[in-house]
Design a protein around this ligand. Structure first.
Ligand code: NAP
Ligand code: MG
Length: 488
């Protein structure tokens, strides 16, 4: 009988490729402004590609400053009516978005995988259902805001500029739009350059859901478009998800303007495994923590902290499990790890892993074949590293796990907190008192115990320190989108 190590290799997998017939990608896409698709005044376009094949998918409008201005004006014009609607009417619109997303779930999942390279089983089972769940959740709050903020009267802020990254394109759009719309704000959204297509499909859903013209405007483009949006004087609030570097630049640009700001930035989470943990479960949690979505996850468990007494056992089981991961065609339902999102991100990952090797780290990768075309990086384990090494300190945003050890809970806590970030952490132990004692001392916005990467719209998410400020999800996620007046 095949043992665990050979099991994954012994099986021949028949390809199980999701059909792409359900999506019809247009050759070119315009901007979504005032409820309509309009040609960019900038006159320029860029190409979005499929990172698994390097083939172009579509030409997408690049919004220049005059286009951003037009979008902000459309949002301003729509604001009085939208914010003045009875809240239950707004709720109906947001519910309709959720239901339409569910109806067109397969289309969204396939398009997300084509444009961004993530495995279809993740876009199908995580990104799209969670995006719909976010709209459902915040639709429910729309007419209950007085209960969310006791003794204060919440009112919408105005025009919100939202900038999102490429790792969860549709889901991040949902995280941004759902609370903003439920609270009566109007929006200009800027998707990431490499993954604009599901946001543009969402624009069709918004039309179908009868979101009034101008309430949501979508301006595609690169960093310059994002910069034009956040610094536009007609924007009252900025919500940004992306890297700490860009977040810092936005904070500088907004200083003194009176604009409200929330930042969801990077992370370098510790995943702490104690000797008394259920080791097999912990190994699954480590795998999920760092290889889910190719490690393009802000809250990825990219630093494994394993108790010295079980280090060999955990690493042995981890390597065996990594041997079974299937890397390749993201449209194949058997694929665990898809394509790296872009050539630039692949370069960044490679550069940091090379730096890790140069600093003395030992790199281990499984022996999985990868396609010839496209951007790929094998799941990677780096051991023999120190806390001062770049691979341990910097966010890699790829499928790369650094391994550190500890002897006591105090040492684990000190090492886990020894980072400029503070977005998430994981604690694996069978002892409840130890779990709570450790979790209480971790400076991270989310701490998972005996699990990892669990998301729910009712649960707030956000950072400490250089991981940003403000919360998304739950009641907390309403707060950045309302002005609160005392009830006299
Ligand atoms: P990024 O380079 O900061 O980009 C994020 C978004 O900002 C993109 O739409 C980008 O445009 C735009 N942008 C770039 N320069 C800008 C500027 N000067 N002003 C305004 N907008 C600008 O980050 P990324 O590489 O796309 O995403 C990865 C990062 O996001 C990671 O650090 C990750 O941890 C973080 N992230 C955080 C969370 C969270 O919730 N905390 C969630 C997901 C990701 P283009 O890319 O189109 O040029
Ligand atoms: Mg793309």
């Amino acid at each position: 009988m095949a043992d665990v190590e050979t099991f994954g290799k012994a099986l021949e997998y028949a390809p199980s490729r999701e059909s792409t017939a359900i999506v019809s990608i247009k050759p070119r896409y315009d901007l979504f402004i005032g409820g309509k698709f309009v040609e960019p005044k900038s006159g320029t376009r860029f190409t979005t590609i499929n990172p698994a094949t390097e083939e172009p998918l579509a030409e997408v409008a690049e919004a220049g400053p005059e286009d951003v201005d037009r979008a902000v004006k459309a949002a301003r014009k729509a604001f009085p009516k939208w914010s003045g609607l009875p809240a239950s009417e707004r709720a109906k619109v947001v519910y309709r978005i959720a239901r339409l997303l569910q109806e067109r779930a397969r289309e969204f999942a396939v398009l997300e995988t084509l444009d961004g390279g993530k495995p279809i089983k993740e876009s199908r089972d995580v990104d799209v259902p969670l995006a719909a769940a976010h709209f459902f959740y915040y639709a429910g709050w729309a007419d209950k805001l007085e209960w969310a903020f006791a003794n204060r009267r919440p009112r919408a802020i105005g025009v919100v500029g939202q900038v999102i990254p490429w790792n969860f394109p549709l889901l991040m759009a949902a995280w941004k739009l759902a609370p903003a719309l439920a609270t009566g704000n109007t929006v200009v959204l800027k998707p990431a350059e490499t993954t604009p297509l599901t946001a543009l499909l969402l624009a069709e859903v918004l039309q179908e859901a009868e979101v009034p013209p101008g309430v949501v405007n979508i301006v595609t483009g690169a960093g310059a478009t994002g910069s034009a949006l956040v610094s536009h004087p007609g924007v009252d609030k900025v919500a940004f998800t992306g890297s700490t570097g860009v977040g810092r630049a936005i904070q500088v640009a907004l200083a003194g303007t009176g604009k409200r700001l929330t930042l969801e930035l990077g992370g370098k989470a510790a995943n702490i495994v104690f000797e008394d943990a259920a080791i097999d479960q912990a190994v699954e949690g480590i795998i999920n923590g760092i290889f889910f979505n190719q490690g393009h996850v802000c809250c990825a468990g990219s630093r494994l902290l394993v108790q010295e007494s079980v280090q060999d056992l955990v690493l042995d089981k981890l390597r065996r499990r990594m041997e079974t991961l299937r890397v390749g065609d993201p449209l194949d339902k058997n694929t665990d790890v898809g394509a790296i999102n872009s050539a630039a991100q692949l370069d960044r990952i490679s550069e940091l892993v090379d730096a890790g090797t140069a600093e003395g780290g030992e790199v281990w990768q499984p022996t999985c074949p990868v396609p010839d075309k496209g951007f790929w990086f094998l799941p990677t384990l780096i051991s023999n590293v120190a806390q001062s090494h770049r691979v341990v300190r910097e966010e890699i945003f790829g499928p790369v796990l650094s391994v550190l050890t500890f002897r006591t809970p105090e040492e684990a806590i000190a090492k886990a907190n020894n980072t400029a970030y503070g977005l998430s952490a994981g604690v694996w132990t069978e002892k409840g008192s130890k779990m709570l004692m450790v979790a209480n001392q971790l400076k991270a916005g989310v701490v998972w115990s005996n699990t990892f990467n669990q998301f729910d719209p009712s649960s707030p998410f956000g950072g400490f320190k250089e991981s940003g400020f403000g919360r998304e999800g739950g009641i907390h996620g309403l707060e950045p989108y309302v002005e609160l007046e005392p009830i006299k």
